[in-house]
Design a protein around this ligand. Structure first.
Ligand code: SAM
Ligand code: SF4
Length: 331
């Protein structure tokens, strides 16, 4: 008899995992981290490559087929391509992808592609060097764009997506340049609504520039046609009506997609989170290091997943933010 796949108590099958490999980052994006004062996890608190591979093997056996490496900045973790190679070989992992700020892509793109990373999301919030610097607190746009060009040379790494966090009062000026970029270059740009996971804890609903507003602004210049949304997909994707490129909108605040969420997260220190906004976490590193066997760890995982939250409460009165911010969770 086959193994019963992971399901939560609301009937959702879990097939997608975000794996954070570090909480460290080379940038300090204003919507994610404070300017300074973020204590890093100690080295021995991080899951080792062997511990990560063991857990991913277990999750894959339970039906997790899509694995995305993230952080913090995942390329800050030493020997990331070696880890990616270990994970790509695990039976059941069909789609290995990476979200990165792109700073080290120029150096590592080739090794990552060779190790089996199939899809890349590169985060870029402005195409103007000054405004990029203002938002990320690092003067690095040129280096990120060079990394993107290196990545684009590998046709097996597709699609390449650009993540843009949409902030009212900042992103309005970026919308048209990014729309043009998506039309002229082989990259799918995706605007992501600002979520209350910033390290400064200053998020307010007023700062969210919604996907619908951005879409309407783009459509005044270039008409858009919606593509069918796959179950579990976070983005609403449109193609430009004249056939030149695509653009997507991830609208977790204005149009939550919790109903068919198939996702869980594992933090760099081995805590399982069943929602970005979970207030509790389940420690997997503890049992692993205490010598638990796979069946014991599987029980812990199944119980945690069974209690996955029905939905987030960002728009509800009394919403309580998680203690960790985005870079420490793994976005
Ligand atoms: N450092 C990598 C990067 O920036 O791509 C990976 C980690 S980062 C936390 C993952 C994604 O989360 C990025 O696309 C980033 O823009 C997004 N993000 C961070 N903080 C966010 C927030 N408060 N609301 C919405 N998206 C956020
Ligand atoms: Fe670092 Fe990514 Fe957060 Fe920016 S969004 S501070 S690059 S983890």
């Amino acid at each position: 008899m086959g193994i019963e796949p992971l399901r939560d108590g609301h009937g959702r099958r879990i097939s997608d995992m975000r794996l954070s490999v570090t909480d460290r980052c080379s940038f300090r994006c204003r919507y994610c981290m404070p300017a300074d004062g973020m204590p890093w996890l100690a080295r021995d608190e991080l899951l080792s490559f062997e511990e990560i591979a063991r857990l991913v093997r277990l999750f894959a056996r339970l039906g997790v087929s899509d694995l995305r490496l993230t952080g913090g900045e995942p390329l800050q973790r030493r020997e990331l391509p070696r880890l990616a190679g270990m994970l790509a070989q695990i039976e059941g992992i069909e789609d290995l992808s990476l979200t990165t700020n792109g700073l080290l892509l120029e150096r590592h793109a080739e090794a990552l592609v060779a190790s089996g990373v199939k899809r890349f999301n590169v985060s870029i919030d402005s195409l103007s060097p000054e405004r990029f610097h203002q938002l990320t607190r690092r003067d690095a746009l040129h280096r990120v764009l060079r990394g993107l060009e290196v990545l684009a040379q590998f046709p097996q790494a597709r699609p390449i997506k650009i993540n843009v966090v949409a902030l009212r009062g900042f992103t309005e000026l970026e919308v048209m340049p990014f729309a043009r970029f998506a039309r002229e270059r082989p990259f799918e740009v995706r605007f992501i609504e600002f979520m209350p996971l910033d390290g400064d804890r200053t998020w307010t609903p007023e700062q969210v520039l919604t996907g619908a507003e951005i879409r309407d602004a783009i459509a005044t210049e270039w008409p858009l046609e919606p593509l069918v949304r796959e179950p579990g997909a976070t983005a609403r994707v449109y193609r430009f009506a004249d056939g030149r490129g695509r653009i997507g909108f991830v609208n977790p605040v204005s149009e939550p997609f919790c109903a068919d969420c198939n996702r869980i997260r594992l933090t760099a220190d081995g805590r399982l989170r069943t929602c970005l906004f979970s207030l509790g976490e389940t420690d997997l590193r503890g049992p692993l290091r205490a010598g638990a066997d796979d069946a014991d760890v599987e029980d812990v995982i199944r119980t945690a997943v069974w209690h996955k939250e029905l939905k987030h409460h960002v728009n509800d009165p009394g919403f309580v933010r998680p203690a960790r911010s985005m870079s420490a969770i793994g976005g």
